[in-house]
Design a protein around this ligand. Structure first.
Ligand code: ZN
Length: 181
């Protein structure tokens, strides 16, 4: 069995194409779009809706994605008996699979929260190609995924703030995760 998560999914039939040509990843159809399209979508939404509303929607989408995934993987993966480190490792792989690139987590505590770094957000770099460099981060989709993910694992409400982003010329993206009391 290969070490590469993506290859593993193919080998185990969890990534397959059905007879009608649908791409099925872990029991749900996936719509695969070229990354410039995602960058363009973000750019157009921001132009029409304003920065704040656009950010809110992308964050909600990330949170929704985790909810959906958690439901789908229930039964397939035994999360209750998985250590938190194992769950974080699993999520890292899922985030990579979404095209966000390599991700690293510092250890999470309720007092200190955690720091997360993302090596190469494709969405942010494509956004920058279309819209030019920005003074604010754009990875609200990833922030929403992280937010809901930490809430589910640690049972606390958290807020996630992106402090560094490829979209504003940083060489990687970085997120602060803080517990909300
Ligand atoms: Zn970013």
């Amino acid at each position: 069995m290969s070490d590469n998560f993506f290859s593993n999914l193919i080998e185990t039939g969890q990534f397959r194409v059905d007879d009608d040509g649908h791409v099925d990843i872990m029991n749900e159809f996936a719509m695969i779009m070229p990354s410039p399209v995602a960058g363009k979508l973000y750019y157009e939404m921001e132009k029409e809706l304003g920065e704040e509303k656009c950010a809110e929607i992308w964050k909600d989408i990330g949170r929704f994605q985790v909810e959906q995934a958690a439901e789908r993987y229930q039964g397939r993966y035994n999360f209750e008996n998985m250590s938190r480190n194992k769950i974080i490792e699993f999520t890292s792989k899922m985030i990579k699979l979404n095209g966000f690139g390599d991700i690293k987590f510092s250890e999470f505590t309720k007092e200190e929260g955690a720091k997360v770094t993302l090596a190469g957000s494709v969405l942010a770099s494509r956004y920058r190609n279309i819209a030019g460099e920005k003074d604010k981060p754009v990875d609200f989709w990833a922030a929403g995924i992280l937010e809901r993910h930490f809430e589910v694992i640690f049972g606390v409400d958290v807020e996630v703030e992106e402090t560094k982003c490829l979209a504003k010329g940083d060489d990687h993206c970085s997120f602060d995760i803080r517990t909300i009391n």
